[in-house]
Design a protein around this ligand. Sequence first.
Ligand code: SF4
Length: 395
Amino acid sequence: MENRAERKALSLYVHIPFCVRKCAYCDFLSAPASEKEKEHYVNILCGEIEREAVRYPGYRVETVFFGGGTPTVLKPDQLDKILCKLKSCFMMETAEGADGEPEITLECNPGTAAGEDLRKLRGMGFNRLSLGLQSARNEELRKLGRIHTWEEFLETWYSARKAGFRNINVDLMAALPGQRVESYVNSIERVVELSPEHISAYSLIIEEGTPFYERYGEADEQRKRYGEDREHLLPTEEEERAMYERTREILARGGYHRYEISNYARPGYECRHNITYWKRGDYLGFGLGAASLMKNCRFANAGVLTEYEGGLRREERQLSVQEQMEEFMFLGLRLTEGVTCGAFWDAFHVSIENIYGSVLKKLECQGLLAREGERIFLTGPGIDVSNMALAEFLL
Ligand code: SF4
């Protein structure tokens, strides 16, 4: 058996495609299901883990992330069965060995896990909880079609702390229908008062094929339909910018540092699993539609249950060196620490200047990008227009 130092770090993602009911804005692979369907899925998933794990010897697992859907619609025993399967098929160990604990995150929606469930889950080894709050205002939660209220979130929050979860993320969303800067600020402030270790703050994206797209897909359409009824309209671009700005200010004051465009953490509580994605580490996804990146090959499971059961993969693609460079830049620059010239050289054996010299110069002149020694990173104004700035790195 190789020793720890010789094993490569790996992250695992497990997709649980079930929810109590569908939110009005959601285009994720998730749906309500019967108890029988859930049990069937857990069995298939465990079979997939066992079958695939043997193809990847020589790895040690540093992070695991159960996402969805809503993983906590499964019973604790079912989640335990999946986690035990992972533990029996992979070596779970960080680079620090016994001194370091793999990060094992469970996504949980308020109202889907009672105190006793959370105690069991903590005991099984889940050591990070990600709570999908989205808004602390009940009228906004209703419009989103969420199943919970702020009060139910609080119940889950206190139960989670009591169960021993010391690393909790809270998800918030900005730019919601009817939301104004003040109501958004109120949501953030209520969450900061609870002092979670991590806060993710994303803007609502209106996805095609969702009830929200029907209602808000076209800005002009929504105005025609609602006139100037601000109760229903999406915030303006200026309001959305102000929400971003206020997020940064309030969270900085609360002791959180922004380590990625939409993610803030107390020092030492950055999400290690998501950092693997942004740094393009190896990760394996299990479950319906789950995506993987292994040795620069991207692949994903089928998103249709019958095809997934048959072991079908949607697509398997070895990335070209050019694509790897593009990903290196536009994923790495999402992190506020940015990328380093040395890491680029190690990955591609060519200088970053040779490939991106003119783009770097242009963005630097525009004040969107800065350098500090080896480090290249987006500036504040660069983060504000990150989509545009990152698109410059397409070769
Ligand atoms: S809880 Fe999350 S995954 Fe489930 S329907 Fe709502 S947004 Fe989608």
